[in-house]
Design a protein around this ligand. Structure first.
Ligand code: PBG
Length: 335
């Protein structure tokens, strides 16, 4: 027998399987847990009444009119999901070069926010700050030639954040990746007396192909000219994410987020370890659709893969996950 083949001297005194032998023991030694308190549910909005329109690239996900969004919020609140995140579908005809609908206090997001706040006061409302649902070119900022203008965009983002907060939004989530936007929004919120509005910064947001289905859901996919690589991060980089997060914290973010999720769990883990901030991850549309598509074909055990994918975020150190599976997961966790 060679050295390598010889059993470890402690075997069988050490048997890793002892702790795994029965359910109560597995539960006893579990290092992490997943609960409904970890879930943030993104939903898509559309105009109309009684509208529940399937998003073709996201099996099981719908765009909802405001009344249906209120029903969804009621369902989420009944399951104790802490936060619902609102994303508007905007048809081509309502988009323009500057995304002016973003700052209209009567836009779809603001109307839905008011309606949900009135009907379901006990759920947190998160609103994205970025111009892409409203621009004709599909970019998150103002475009001059082929350049996304940073400082000029900040003004629009601040105005967008303010109309959303005035409509009742609890958590402002800048997803645009312009430099200095958290500071600009924080200063404007303080100046306007909105001292308790939380900011969850999309701090480390990558230029990712996994957003494909989302862009379809909000009506941006046909619109987008080029890509977002001059403002979103290069998937090759990890250290840079820590610099992004440090800046957003210094600028006044209350919570930070990493996006996408599962392919970027190394970043989630580093961010949590480095800063100890409330740290969130976004299981984005493409991740959802990969899993949901495989479930639909019968390739995955639905309940198990949903919970396993979400537990992975907890193990990496996330305090919560934005996930299109939130309602399904909450039902499973409550059962
Ligand atoms: C807007 C925004 C995007 C997502 C959230 N906010 C898309 C993008 O940056 O192109 C993606 C969410 C998802 O894919 O589920 N800036």
């Amino acid at each position: 027998m060679t050295e390598k083949q010889r059993p470890a001297p402690s075997f069988p005194a050490i048997r890793m399987r002892r702790n795994r032998k029965v359910d109560w023991s597995r539960r006893l030694v579990a290092e992490n847990s997943l609960s409904v308190n970890d879930l943030l549910w993104p939903i898509f909005l559309t105009e109309g009444n009684g509208v529940l329109e399937p998003v073709s690239t996201m099996p099981g996900v719908h765009r909802r009119s405001v009344d249906e969004a209120v029903r969804a919020a009621e369902e989420a609140a009944a399951l104790d999901i802490p936060v619902i995140a609102l994303f508007p579908f905007t048809p081509t005809g309502k988009r323009d070069a500057t995304g002016s609908l973003a700052t209209d206090p009567d836009n779809l997001v603001c109307r839905a926010t008011r309606a949900i706040k009135a009907a379901v006061p006990n759920i947190g409302i998160l609103c994205d700050v970025a111009l892409d649902p409203y621009t004709s070119h599909g970019h998150d900022g103002l475009l001059a030639g082929d350049v996304i203008l940073n400082d000029e965009t900040l003004e629009a983002l601040v105005a967008q954040a303010l109309v959303q907060v005035e409509a009742g939004c609890d958590i402002i989530a800048p997803s645009d990746m312009m430099d200095g936007r958290v500071a600009a929004i924080r200063a404007a919120l303080e100046a306007a007396g909105h001292t308790n509005t939380q900011i969850m910064a999309y701090a480390a947001k990558y230029a990712s192909a996994f957003y494909g289905p989302f862009r379809d859901a909000i009506g941006s996919s046909g619109a987008l000219k080029g890509d977002k690589r001059t403002y979103q991060m290069d998937p090759a980089n990890g250290d840079e994410a820590l610099r992004e997060v440090a800046l957003d914290i210094a600028e006044g973010a209350d919570m930070v987020m990493v996006k996408p999720g599962l392919p970027y769990l190394d970043i989630v883990s580093r961010v949590k370890a480095e800063f100890g901030m409330p740290t969130f991850a976004y299981q984005v549309s493409g991740e959802y659709s990969m899993i949901a598509g495989a479930i639909e074909r019968g390739w995955f055990d639905r309940d198990r893969v949903i919970l396993e994918s979400l537990m992975a975020f907890k193990r990496a150190g996330a305090d919560g996950v934005l996930t299109y599976f939130a309602l399904d997961a909450a039902r499973l966790l409550k059962a």
